[in-house]
Design a binder for this molecule. Structure first.
Ligand code: HCA
Length: 442
């Protein structure tokens, strides 16, 4: 097949992420205040570059018809993609388009590799969204898609019945039967987050049985908090294409997070589905996305520093011995390469002893550390806004207990001696999250 048809030459992997951070992701309510939050073109270019380097081969963008800005950004993002072809191979840029000739035309003109066409099929969509009944949906979508297929055979075509999980199966079949001959993929979006793993399994089986030669695509919203398990269930049923975003950002409470999905597939030993994804880049790409939203990687994101952060004294002291005590998963393989211990009111004497002795070089024994811990716990609750827990602790240690620092020769200073039986790399931070000191694993 000629170079004009890169998709026809591409052998899809067992799992193809269709990243929609720059489409459904831009619909997140976190971006509602455009004075504060706004994806600039540079932001988008960085996100696309990071996704391509991560190994994503399908990126969904808004139809260029959405706005002049989106139209021009589409062209700029194509240039980013083109600049990486030699290094990373071809990545397909897909436009999310309504079944409108104008939407299609704008995507073709912007140089899209494919069209993610959609139209609501549920009773709710039919009545309150576009007002077309099932016959009108077929009459509008099928000839348009057939014509696009004929005129632009190089385009990858996908059709989704929006709100598919609230569409009765016979009704979905009625629409898909007319469209299936003209498309490469059929979507099954759970637009309002009503699906459960059981309904996902049944829907996939039904669609697979009726359209055995067409790949399916999942898109799961998180209204019930089930977007991750639903995507996992779909992947388990060999749904090859999965819509995800960075941090799961999307309309309302979002959709499946890309790194959460891949992390769980790894834990479930579904290694064939991880082919070509640069898993160690997971935390860095989450940090990049969070930075664009001017926030930290959210605490509910599995691939986050939160999952290696320890607060309670009991946890901290065990983690100092071995991080596996409170870290069950290989986060380092996903780029979270440090543990973090929060120095604060819940810290026990062990961490205070460790911090003062091993990191700040004070000479003290365990009994003194216990006494200091008791005083620190009283003082730390009265923390002034510009004072860190570390400052409080040092003040107590020096002023009230007269501790002196051990003067180490320069050569020894860079070599922090951690408990030698501990494989943990421990980073101590103040309550405000300001790093105090990092102790690397050897
Ligand atoms: C939307 C709806 C959508 C589309 C999904 C798809 C959904 O925001 O336009 O095209 O597969 O959740 O149904 O995101």
């Amino acid at each position: 097949m000629s170079e004009q048809f890169p998709f026809r030459n591409y052998r899809p992997r067992a799992l193809e992420i269709v990243d929609t951070t720059l489409r459904d992701g831009q619909q997140t309510s976190l971006l509602h205040d455009h004075h504060k939050y706004f994806f600039s073109r540079t932001d988008k270019e960085e996100i696309v570059r990071a996704l391509i380097i991560y190994g994503v081969k399908f990126i969904e963008l808004f139809a260029p018809v959405v706005s002049p800005q989106e139209r021009d950004d589409f062209v700029a993002l194509r240039e980013v993609r083109d600049s990486l072809i030699t290094q990373k191979g071809y990545t397909f840029l897909l436009a999310h388009v309504r079944c409108h000739a104008r939407d299609v035309q704008s995507a073709v003109e912007a140089g899209a590799d494919g069209l993610n066409l959609y139209m609501g099929t549920s009773a709710e969509s039919r009545h309150y969204n576009h007002g077309n009944d099932l016959e009108a949906i077929v009459d509008r979508a099928a000839p348009l898609i057939e014509e696009v297929r004929r005129n632009y055979p190089h385009l990858i075509l996908r059709f989704s019945g929006e709100d598919a999980f609230r569409t009765r199966l016979e009704e979905l079949f009625h629409v898909y039967d007319a469209i299936a001959p003209h498309v490469d993929r059929l979507g099954m979006p759970d637009t309002v987050g009503v699906a459960t793993p059981a309904t996902v399994g049944r829907r996939v089986a039904a669609l697979r049985g009726r359209y055995p030669r067409i790949d399916l695509e999942g898109h799961f919203h998180d209204d019930r908090g089930l977007s991750l398990v639903n995507a996992l269930e779909a992947a388990r049923h060999e749904v090859r294409y999965m819509n995800t975003t960075l941090l799961g950002m999307a309309e309302r409470s979002g959709i499946t997070s890309m790194t959460a999905l891949l992390f769980n597939l790894y834990l479930d030993r579904e290694f064939d589905k991880l082919e070509g994804y640069h898993l160690r880049g997971s935390y860095p790409i989450n940090v990049l996305a969070a930075d664009k939203l001017k926030m930290l990687v959210p605490s509910k994101e599995p691939v986050s520093l939160t999952n290696r952060t320890h607060t309670a004294g009991v946890h901290q002291s065990a983690v100092l011995n071995d991080s596996s005590a409170y870290e069950a998963h290989p986060y380092d393989l996903f780029g979270v390469s440090e543990s973090e211990i929060l120095l604060g009111p819940l810290s026990g004497w062990n961490i205070i002893h460790y911090f003062l002795k091993e990191i700040r070089y004070y000479q003290l024994d365990e009994a003194t550390a216990k006494e200091i811990a008791a005083v620190f716990k009283e003082r730390v609750y009265q923390l002034a806004p510009d004072v860190s827990p570390e400052q409080v602790l040092i003040a107590v240690a020096e002023k009230e207990f007269g501790l002196a620092r051990l003067e180490l020769p320069e050569t020894a200073r860079t070599q922090i001696v951690q408990r030698l039986d501990s494989p943990a790399a421990v980073r101590l931070v103040g309550l405000a999250g300001v790093p105090l000191k990092v102790a690397e694993v050897d």
